[in-house]
Design a protein around this ligand. Structure first.
Ligand SMILES: CC(C)(COP(=O)(O)OP(=O)(O)OC[C@H]1O[C@@H](n2cnc3c(N)ncnc32)[C@H](O)[C@@H]1OP(=O)(O)O)[C@@H](O)C(=O)NCCC(=O)NCCS
Length: 137
């Protein structure tokens, strides 16, 4: 299968997002909400399966466009993991955000080596989660 990468949402509809993203989330956003997440982002990179046009991986960033960016979402569909797609998505996003001072994300400790290989540094942070808003509906 051939994977292409794009930072454009041209031609992307909710139907291209039905592969099972937000795996393991108790209240996953619907494909329609997923599309709104992509549309509301400062930058996106999508991994698209060439023949079907289905999205198999995505990364988003939100930003002030001047100083800081935050990467809230990165996911590759389970069947497509372990082939370098996640690495390619992060590399492309970090390149797009290179003009900015701060590029931050929150991740579990087990994923820290993955991001460290891509040049990021472990740090500490604080979060708040409104679980009643997880589905974004
Ligand atoms: C993290 C994720 C995007 C990586 O995508 P991918 O396409 O499999 O990434 P790559 O193939 O480029 O790299 C995989 C490497 O990351 C490591 N890795 C990824 N997730 C890991 C995890 N949870 N624990 C330990 N290692 C992990 C793999 O061991 C692998 O290392 P290897 O190449 O030495 O075997 C994917 O596993 C995923 O979608 N996970 C669920 C969502 C998630 O955790 N997102 C990050 C939120 S901060």
């Amino acid at each position: 299968m051939n994977i292409r990468y794009t930072d454009s949402l041209a031609g992307i509809t909710a139907d291209r997002l039905r592969g099972g993203f937000f795996a393991g989330w108790p209240h996953p956003p619907s494909p329609e909400a997923h599309l709104r997440i992509l549309q509301g982002s400062y930058a996106v990179v999508l991994a698209v399966e060439d023949v079907s046009g289905d999205v198999v991986g995505f990364i988003t960033a939100i930003s002030d466009g001047v100083s800081a960016a935050y990467i809230p979402h990165l996911e590759v569909l389970t069947a497509y993991r372990g082939q370098g797609i996640g690495t390619a998505l992060v590399q492309r996003m970090l390149a797009a955000l290179r003009p900015l001072y701060m590029v931050d994300l929150i991740c579990d400790p087990d994923v820290q080596p993955f991001y460290a290989r891509l040049g990021m540094t472990p740090y500490s942070g604080m979060i708040m989660r409104h679980y009643d808003r997880q589905a974004c509906d």
